[in-house]
Design a binder for this molecule. Structure first.
Ligand code: NAI
Ligand code: ENO
Length: 365
């Protein structure tokens, strides 16, 4: 059944990105949303992404094929009771929360169980809010699906297909398994990033010399410490057991490394770094799990009639599809530059060769 209407509760980074993706791929599906932050709703209306901004869980949500819960984890759970009015075979409730057991356990006591499919796109960023949402966030990233034990298999299959149609890679997991896996690959890393930042902040001197000289490695490993504090507070409070298990395992591993350093165990230290390097180097490049890679170039271009058309014709006649194109003026490109985004690496590489042949001045970032 092709959805005609889809509702959102919470239209921030993830809700907004899913809405933008649906709007891009299925422009005929009507989207509506409720959010406590009225400015997100106003912007989404203005951009034509949603057809209706709701004041609450109003009657407008009736007839939605899917209702996506996209608020912080504990907030999502507060809506379950109200949602039972809408849920049914033709209206599946789904969420995008980073923790799954808590909402599944809550659902088990309600009439929603047959109509709930948990979800978790393994994509996002340290940014939050609708203003950072993009229509390409889901591209080629794993989208974990945790159906309730009572959900009909055809509803799960249909949701899988829908997720796939948005460009993501659906993968079905048991919700408890999900919470252990994400505690290891997402929740613990976020806690470590924030701990490290706080440690450096506490150790730094008045001139903040540590902050000043912090190199790429520190910035790479701590990027996610800039994430939303309320979101991470709620993740820690709802996935307590699994996170505690992982924190203990990490503390034991750190103690081992400490011991190896204390007693100058060179071989052990080498093995420690070598095994981490081997595993890190083997991580798959597909499904980035973070903001998708952008394939883009900048091209010097004074604002003159026909300039963009000429360049677009060169690319088009060589079967290179453009994802996004636009003139930018800033301090770096005072006379104007054309910013062009491509769908894949090969297209970017082909465009670079071709445009250089036509003597365009190009910049890569
Ligand atoms: N940020 C990320 O990278 C990822 C986040 N998630 C999950 O997605 C969910 C949303 O996270 P983000 O979009 O990043 O956060 P966000 O802060 O960008 O968006 C949350 C939205 O929910 C709204 N909201 C908060 N309380 C509300 C309430 N009581 N009623 C209605 N709206 C309410 C906020 O105003 C905001 O617009 C969370 O459950 C999070 O665990 C999942 C994957 C990745
Ligand atoms: O920014 C990153 O790399 C992330 O790890 C984003 C993220 C945050 C929370 C999730 O539940 C999933 C992904």
């Amino acid at each position: 059944m092709k959805p005609e209407k889809i509702g959102f509760i919470g239209l921030g980074l993830i809700g907004g990105s899913i809405a933008k993706t649906i709007h891009r791929i299925h422009p005929d599906i009507a989207l509506l949303a409720y959010d406590v932050d009225k400015s997100s709703l106003a912007l989404a209306l203005e951009e034509g992404i949603i057809a209706e901004a709701c004041e609450d869980l109003t009657e407008s949500f009736a007839g939605c094929r899917y209702i996506f819960l996209c608020a912080p984890v504990q907030k999502n759970m507060e809506f379950l009771e109200k949602l039972s009015v809408f849920a049914g075979k033709d209206c599946i409730i789904t969420d995008v929360g980073s923790v799954k057991s808590a909402i599944h356990q809550e659902i088990a006591h309600t009439s929603l169980a047959p109509y709930f499919i948990g979800g978790h796109p393994m994509a996002g960023s340290e940014k939050s809010g609708y203003s950072h949402a993009t229509a390409y966030l889901l591209e080629n990233v794993y989208y974990i699906i945790t159906p309730s034990r009572e959900t009909a298999s055809d509803s799960v299959q249909e949701f899988r297909e829908f997720v796939k149609s948005l460009g993501a890679l659906p993968i079905v997991l048991d919700y408890q398994e999900h919470d252990f896996i994400t505690a290891a690959v997402s929740h613990l890393p976020h806690i470590l990033a924030s701990s490290l930042v706080n440690l450096v902040k506490d150790l730094d001197n008045e001139e903040e010399i540590m902050k000043q000289v912090a190199a790429g490695g520190f910035k790479d490993i701590t990027r996610i410490a800039s994430s939303s504090p309320v979101m991470w507070q709620q993740i820690c409070l709802t996935n307590r057991q699994q996170i505690l298990t992982l924190v203990d395992a990490f503390a034991a591993s750190l103690a081992q490394t400490r011991a190896a350093i204390a007693s100058s165990e060179g071989d052990n230290l080498f093995d420690f770094f070598q095994s981490a390097k081997d595993y890190r180097d083997s991580l798959p490049l597909t499904s980035s799990g973070s903001l998708p890679k952008i394939y883009e170039l900048y091209c010097d271009m004074v604002d003159e009639a026909g300039g963009i058309a000429a360049l677009a014709t060169i690319l088009g006649t060589n079967q290179i599809s453009i994802k996004n194109i636009g003139i930018i003026h800033n301090r770096e490109f005072q006379d104007g530059a054309l910013h062009i985004e491509f769908y894949e690496k090969e297209a970017l590489e082909k465009a670079l060769v071709l445009l250089r042949k036509y003597r365009y001045t190009l910049y890569e970032r």
